[in-house]
Design a protein around this ligand. Sequence first.
Ligand code: GL4
Length: 819
Amino acid sequence: MPKNGQTQQFNKAAFQAAVEKHLTTTYASTDETATARSWYLAMGKALAEISTGNLLATEKNLAEQKARSVNYLSLEFLIGRLTGNNLISMGLYENVAEAMEEMGQNLTDLLEEERDPALGNGGLGRLAACFMDSLAAQEYPAVGYGLHYEYGLFRQSFVDGRQVEAPDAWRGIEGYPWEVLRPELSQEVSLYGHVEGYTDENGVECRRWVPAMSVEGVAWDLPIVGYDNKSVYPLRLWECRSNAPFSLARFNDGDYVGAQYSALEAGNVTKVLYPNDNHDQGKALRLMQQYFHCACSVADILRRHEAAGNSIESLSELETIQLNDTHPTIAIPELMRILMDEYKLGWESAWEISSKTFAYTNHTLLPEALETWSEALIQQMLPRHMEIIFEINHRFMKQVEQTWPGNNEVKRKLSIIQEGPQRMVRMANLCVVSTYAVNGVAALHSELVKRDLFPEFNELFPGRLTNVTNGVTPRRWIKYCNPGLSALISEKVGNDWPANLEKIAGLEKFADDAAFQKRYMAVKKENKQRLANWVEENMGIELDTDAIFDIQIKRLHEYKRQHLNLLNILALYHRLLNDPTFDMHPRVFFFGAKAAPGYALAKDIIFAINKVAEKVNNDPRLGGKLKVVFIPDYRVSLAEILFPAADVSEQISTAGKEASGTGNMKFAMNGALTIGTMDGANVEMREEVGDENIFIFGLLVDEVQKLKQEGYDPYRYYHADSLLRAAMDLLETDEFTPGNPGQLAAIRHNLLEGGDPYLVLADFADYVKTQEKIDAEYRDQKTWARKAILNTALMSKFSSDRSIRDYANNIWKLEPVSL
Ligand code: GL4
């Protein structure tokens, strides 16, 4: 039982009355007409009353204490359902279950009524959600700033195996019960127009922005409830509304239609989340989203700072702003603009404050994900910001000249402005130049940031580039999603492990205990059954829980190599049908993945997996040994069923491409063994669990680079390996698309002729061999159980509580403040 949570304050009768009140007055239902959904909504509202009270109390306390805070700016917060998790953090799960039971409602069923707020694409957005949870759990003062998208990440379905996207109206028509509107925090955001010079009353030459239009930013707060404490931090999401009259000049000019058009555009700003992960699309509306997010957030940070009676000069002492990737970079020139144009500070003073306030996290090395914005576009939408960016670059170039005199090549490389037919602003360069700390998200990734991405910056700013290895919250990713395992852990190491994951190491000594192994594996079996039930009910596929549950869940991307997994499946299919001596333990290969709507090859891979699944799952010749299940509409709430049910975790990206991964950590905590490359956080997971307890395969980063330099020739592997050939050639036939040969050929073509930068064929043989090893080892259930237990026991490093402490101690210099 939490020690200082809200349990003591819980008054069951009052809570039930609040639920009743919301049922009738908020949702216009009676006990007779209420649906499960209205009960869930009323319950959510009654709970939100408690969390909102604590949110206001936390806000007040932090302002009074003049506590230093972190402001986490992110275009994505993939928080998933809040109700179950908040109940656990509030220490009210059992109390509320009982209260609802007395009202004739089953809590577990009601929790299923909540739609996932899918305000993120994948790992980057989910990390932000785990970080907010860990900030609140450890009471490091924080505000999360994001966007209140009307539509979250699209909903996915399959029609004849192909991905179809539909809009995700996550709030439903009733609105989301946990969110609370903060009208008093509204901000006005300017856009377009021009810059003019003027002389102020002291005769100083100044610049100012004369915007052409403005929109309104409205704040919605979602409560981030601290586990086992009273603090509740806001996740503040900005919604864009168009101002009236939004474009006074145009309106007065008689350009009525033009003015309306701007209003339409502005109303669109927070309409939808861009569905790209690890890919920059460069659309003007996206830049508007980014600026809108930054303008509202920076203004709100300054408002809080001033309201607490602090001087602008002390900003960097009391506030730090963490940029989650480059998406909120425009916050930097925005703060500079406000400091200079509104607070009338000179460049040096403004820079002194700004460059000590911002820090930046890099989440990817993929060139196509590194954001650049056309100078012309910024110039048009944000003319004063463009001017400031030029000035930052001008001063920075002088610094480069001092270090590398006359070296134009290094200048070209480091410049914030990329020359070319269309000049572009490199957002990552702007970040590195303008922040006090830059971090990668796993040890290997951070080394590559220093060595390959920003070597000169590392020389120029020694110590600025650093590492904070990612983590995940053990509250959602063990305690909430895996109650069976949680009970087992608590029994052995006590029940304070969710807030102190180091304690979980206490399980290590039970790894060889036969009785414990049995119970641990029984929990795994129950979790596999829960997943099997879901699949049966939702997809009509029957599964055997004695089979190995092998799971790859993440965004669909060539670098993550779902198609390598597919090739192994095709190889198994081929061997089962053609090699009488071949035997394998039954295995179910699960996939869950959304492809960016414009990413054709990713969609082809989804189609291929679905087509192979259709055939394989219904082919009696395979004797039920091989099943393939592509879970549609993969999302946080499904992840909560999938992670606990896995025996094998697929982490098979090309070495050097996956910055960290966080699903890898969730799997291992829940006792899945990893098959993975030496990439991202896999490297550190191997360090923690030891080489015997993880299945590592494939080329290393340096081998990848070397092979590419020498010239990767996929045919070399294709010709040398008959199994690979058999698997690849199946894609040309109509084996899986009867009557339509060649429907899956795009993948084969890409791997052989498309100059595949992810070297799929080069890693195939080792991957197959390592999968065979897994097959053999799974048959020895005792050894398997031992390894699985050790994976759970040795994952404490990957709690996001540890990540947040690293940020707090090494970057933010933040102290906890308890309520
Ligand atoms: C990502 C990385 O691809 C992923 O490896 C990492 O775990 C995550 C959080 O740091 O960030 N970068 C982008 S872009 N999307 C991601 O998921």
